[in-house]
Design a protein around this ligand. Sequence first.
Ligand SMILES: [Fe+2]
Ligand SMILES: [Fe+2]
Length: 338
Amino acid sequence: MLGFGMYTQALDSAGAAEPQGDVDEVARLERFQARIDRDEKIEPKDWMPADYRQALIRQIAQHAHSEVVGMLPEGNWISRAPSLRRKVVLIAKVQDEGGHGMYLYSAAETLGVSRAALIEQLLAGRAKYSSIFNYPTLTWADIGAIGWLVDGAAIMNQIPLCRCSYGPYARAMVRICKEESFHQRQGYELMLTLARGSAAQRAMAQEALNRWWWPSLMMFGPSDAHSVHTAQSMRWKIKRFSNDELRQKFIDVTVPQAQYLGLTVPDPELRWDEPAQHYRAGPIDWSEFQAVLEGGGPCNRERLAARREAHEAGRWVREAAVAYAEKHGAHAEPARSG
Ligand SMILES: [Fe+2]
Ligand SMILES: [Fe+2]
């Protein structure tokens, strides 16, 4: 919590690195794009177009919120995990997601927006987060399905972000991706245990796959034809692949994993396209995606209520931390502005 001021102190000088006045906007934009094209990293103190800054704030904030809200569906099962081992693994995973949120809020702060303002937007219901977390976790198998499918889809999305043009975001993603692969493996291992268990356990695993498959495919966002931000984000190398390309990669990796589990992907139109060497999925029901995005998901209200409650319950911790930092300010310089 403390020490984030370290990132933001330098922002007063944002934009000052580039000479003003005689350099016109077009030349400056061209030089910026040339840096991107050379695969140079853009750093917080570098000049950047206002649109680039806004696009990153939007994307990183949405990502940070998703990590934090993503703790909730799985957090519901910590007290009900069937063994000590499963409980320890699940606690570690949920803690990781909280940590991911923290790295990402820090990365967003380097762009000149405060973490407090971002959290306020989330709690007020004005911020977006991944709609997958508005689905309920009904059985223990959902914990396996989330790790396998939801974290699996997150990895597909996030590995290319390690090469994102904005330095702080790219570096946060390197660390996050290492932890995401542990999340995916623990989920798959849980599914494998159920799939090799009793008939009731196999049925529970299949039923979880039935509910999580389509929402996982929707995690990649709308089809390229309907995605407003994709083209510009790709020019700026914030994104490296389109939504449909990433979704296809996920399908190609995940279908054989389902087969290995002996489970059936709930898509009667799913087929192997031999010439193209791809699995082809049936059409996605985007009306459901839109409904969940607009707040009509099974748990939208519940998730925000849980976040608000946690924020209030943690108020004394934040206040105590600030008081402590002020008291010890002379000895703990970097913590002061947190
Ligand atoms: Fe995460
Ligand atoms: Fe994760």
